[in-house]
Design a protein. Structure first.
Length: 182
């Protein structure tokens, strides 16, 4: 059984460090995490969350819920306007998928110039409130992110890359335990 992990990065900017971090995690997963893969979810076409649209949501919202619903776990790379995607995905009345976040394993990695720890703390509180099950360690917070990447997209710190692999393995293990339990 393969564990499909939804990779969702917070910043939509083309050269975003959060995007680079998710892409690197995707490569590390393919190389070092057996029976798992990260599928990057593009949420760039989502409108700003508007509860008035729940009855007749845009196709981009239905697509987001379908893609998350088809995955076993989620890896967020934040900060950025990620809360908008979480708001849409958490709505139970949209589409035929219902609640696609509850009891789903999730981990958070982040890049930022400052304040990374507080962003992760707030996001983890939101995820817990949505009944998601978080993998909290190892904590991966890259400050000064532009200086942490090599030109080929790898990280300069092999220690951070090893932490990402450990986090992904722990996410896969949590997913298996939850599947066995439910």
């Amino acid at each position: 059984m393969e564990c499909r992990i939804a990779g969702i990065y917070g910043s939509l900017r083309r050269d975003s460090c959060n995007k680079k971090l998710i892409l690197r995690a995707q490569q590390l997963c393919a190389e070092h995490v057996p029976k798992a893969r990260i599928d990057i979810i593009d949420w760039s076409q989502l409108p700003v969350f508007n509860q008035d649209l729940e009855e007749d949501p845009p196709n981009s919202v239905l697509k987001l819920k379908e893609e998350i619903g088809n995955c076993d776990a989620i890896l967020f790379s934040t900060p950025g306007p990620l809360k908008n995607a979480i708001d849409w995905a958490s709505r139970t009345r949209i589409g035929n998928r219902g609640d696609v976040l509850s009891k789903k394993p999730v981990a958070v990695i982040s890049t930022c110039s400052s304040g990374t720890g507080s962003v992760q703390t707030v996001l983890n509180q939101i995820l817990i409130a949505l009944n998601m099950i978080t993998v909290d360690t190892p904590s991966i917070m890259l400050s000064g992110a532009y200086k942490t990447f090599q030109e080929d997209g790898s990280l300069k710190s092999k220690e951070i890359e090893e932490k990402i692999v450990k986090l992904l393995n722990d996410l896969v293990i949590l997913n298996k335990r939850l599947k066995d339990k439910f």
